[in-house]
Design a protein around this ligand. Structure first.
Ligand code: PEP
Ligand code: MG
Length: 590
């Protein structure tokens, strides 16, 4: 029930995950901890400031104890509980307490500033250490200090998994590790101040079919816990405190949307084939094992992209080789007889390992990400490759390297793969010696040498999310430049055309696994340019199949030829929209 005394607020953001939900707001403190404000104290104020600091330490301890009890009650693993114990230990650490008290007393500054000063000194000290274990402890200290800081500032710190009631989550920002913890029944939808359409947080929302709008800029200032909110993840519209009549309108829209989704199941068992008989394999993208059933339900013919980095998130240690084997074997068995493309660890950018201090890079998207990280951390890489190889004995598994920017990186990665094969052979462990190797084309330099790359691999997959990020110079998680995300940009069209042509010429399979693949208007041109496989989230599979079954390959090729003559994305869009009615138009908005 909406409180009629509250003001109705209409906001427009970036709709990143379709669907309509109407629910109650739950404000989650997930934003960056604001820098502690510096404040001088009178000599008479220092003792009460010390008391305030100690109270915040006590409040943090009480919160941690409650979390620990809840975890024990819910039967959470020992690993999770150990993290809480580690934080509780740090709370008792005399150095942290005494040093902070000393800074407050001697420098006469506020507790937030004093604590931050002590933390910075500690971090500097830890950063110089080589020992991985100690580096991990540094992360624990930072997390704990952030909790105390939030308590000092009177703010809450919660994890997504602690939400109990079905709610629409409102947060300044959410990390992919947060979205990975969401469950559909509890998180009805989410809204954030920041973010872009191809951020991994948005991608996860689509995979989990949780309606979401990002880039709202000020939703955390406008929404309050308990407010009624309408989220339209398709159009990016958000209405806070709507009237009953508006709620009714959206309930009808939601019904039409859901009916349309159900009607699409008509296509589930029909082949993904154009009217003139060209087959386009539609596969699923997945991050966590729980997504497979949804993909199978929507008729995915295999996994075209398994983002394995999610195996590494939300934990304090690295997955073991056996854990890799178990996860990949499970996916391969479930998807059999279809293939599963396992992409090796793509950490960095907007995804960080929780157990390792993220390297402080000015441009993480262009830093030590993906294959670059793996080639620098060979042990981590080999553990995963051995896991993939061993799982390949149990199903049709292929391996794919992300963010390749040149042939040398590819050759080095292959060398390490061969090394793993030799080791496994020596140990008498089973694997597929002919496992197919492919690369993602997502860096412009790789796109430009696609003709050379296809000579060395069995398949390529175009990662349009990063390819657009790097070729149009738009940070994919930055809402301020989201308007420049234009898959119809003539530069993007030319790049895709030339990559697909290089693959076709060499008779190497070419797929697209970026978000473009899952939107019918883009799928149309990917088909026309000669892409033979598309990989996407469950929600998109039947929509794209409907499009493919409604057009001939010859017509799609003709459309592609025409759009190459346009100078702007808007012109291309106008042309495509003029062709679409009758092909796939989604009528539920009318
Ligand atoms: C891409 O870049 O298009 C892609 C599929 O990889 P990710 O979104 O995980 O970076
Ligand atoms: Mg990518």
């Amino acid at each position: 029930m909406t409180d009629s005394r509250k003001q109705v607020v209409l906001m427009k953001g970036i709709g990143v995950s379709s669907g309509i939900v109407i629910g109650q707001v739950y404000v989650l403190e997930r934003g960056k901890i604001e820098p502690a404000q510096f404040c001088y104290l009178d000599a008479s104020e220092t003792e009460s400031e010390i008391e305030r600091f100690k109270n915040a330490m006590r409040a943090s301890r009480d919160q941690l104890m409650r979390i620990k009890q809840r975890m024990e009650k819910d039967g959470k693993g020992k690993e999770h509980i150990r993290i809480i114990d580690a934080h509780l230990m740090i709370l008792k650490d005399n150095m942290l307490i005494n040093d902070t008290v000393k800074v407050i007393r001697e420098q006469k500054v506020n507790a937030e500033w004093a604590l931050k000063t002590v933390l910075n000194d500690l971090m500097e000290y830890f950063e110089k250490m080589e020992d991985q274990y100690l580096k991990e402890r540094a992360m624990d200290i930072e997390h704990l200090v952030n909790r105390v800081l939030l308590n000092l500032m009177g703010r809450k710190h919660e994890s997504v998994s602690s939400i109990q009631e079905p709610s629409v989550v409102v947060a300044h920002d959410l990390a992919p590790s947060d979205t990975a913890q969401m469950t559909k029944g509890t998180v009805l939808g989410f809204l954030t101040d920041v973010g872009g359409k191809t951020s991994h947080t948005a991608i996860m929302a689509r995979s989990l079919e949780i309606p979401a709008v990002v880039g709202l800029e000020s939703i955390t200032r406008k929404a309050e816990g308990g407010d009624t909110v309408i989220v339209d993840g398709t159009t990016g519209t958000v209405i806070l405190n709507p009237s009953e009549s508006v709620i009714e309108v959206y309930k009808r829209r939601r019904e039409r949307y859901e009916n349309y989704g159900k009607a699409l199941f008509h296509y589930k068992d029909l082949p993904s084939e154009t009217t003139d008989g060209r087959r386009v394999r539609l596969m699923g993208n997945m991050e966590i094992v729980e997504e497979i059933d949804g993909l199978i339900e929507h008729g995915a013919e295999g996994i075209g992209l398994y983002r394995t980095e999610f195996l590494y998130l939300n934990r304090k240690d690295l997955p073991t080789e056996d854990e890799h084997v178990k996860a990949y074997r499970q996916v391969a068995k479930k998807m059999a007889p279809h293939p599963v493309v396992i992409r090796t660890l793509d950490i960095g950018g907007d995804k960080f390992l929780s157990h390792m201090a993220a390297p402080k890079e000015i441009n993480p998207a262009m830093g030590l990400r993906a294959i670059r990280f793996c080639l620098k951390n060979i042990d981590i890489f080999k553990t995963q490759l051995r896991g993939i190889l061993r799982a390949s004995a149990h199903g049709d598994i292929k391996v794919m390297f992300p963010m390749i920017s040149g042939i040398e990186e590819l050759r080095r990665a292959r060398q390490i793969l061969e090394e793993c094969k030799r080791e496994l052979k020596g140990e008498g462990k089973a694997f597929n010696p002919d496992i197919e190797v492919g690369v993602m084309i997502e860096v412009p330099s790789a796109a430009m040498i696609a003709d050379l790359i296809v000579k060395e691999v069995k398949f390529i997959s175009i990662g349009t999310n990063d390819l657009l990020q790097y070729s149009l110079a738009i940070d994919r998680v930055n809402e301020h430049v989201a308007y420049l995300y234009e898959p119809f940009h003539p530069a993007v069209l030319r790049i895709i055309k030339s990559v697909a042509e290089a693959a076709n010429k060499a008779s190497v399979s070419v797929s697209v696994c970026g978000e473009m693949a899952g939107e019918p208007e883009y799928a149309l041109i990917l088909l026309g340019f000669g892409v033979d496989q598309l990989s996407m989230n469950a929600y998109s599979i039947l929509r794209v199949k409907r499009l493919i079954r409604s057009i001939s390959h010859a017509e799609a090729r003709k459309i592609c030829k025409s759009i190459l003559g346009f100078a702007t994305a808007k012109e291309v869009e106008g042309f495509i929209n003029s062709k679409l009615p009758g092909l796939y138009k989604e009528e539920f908005w009318s």
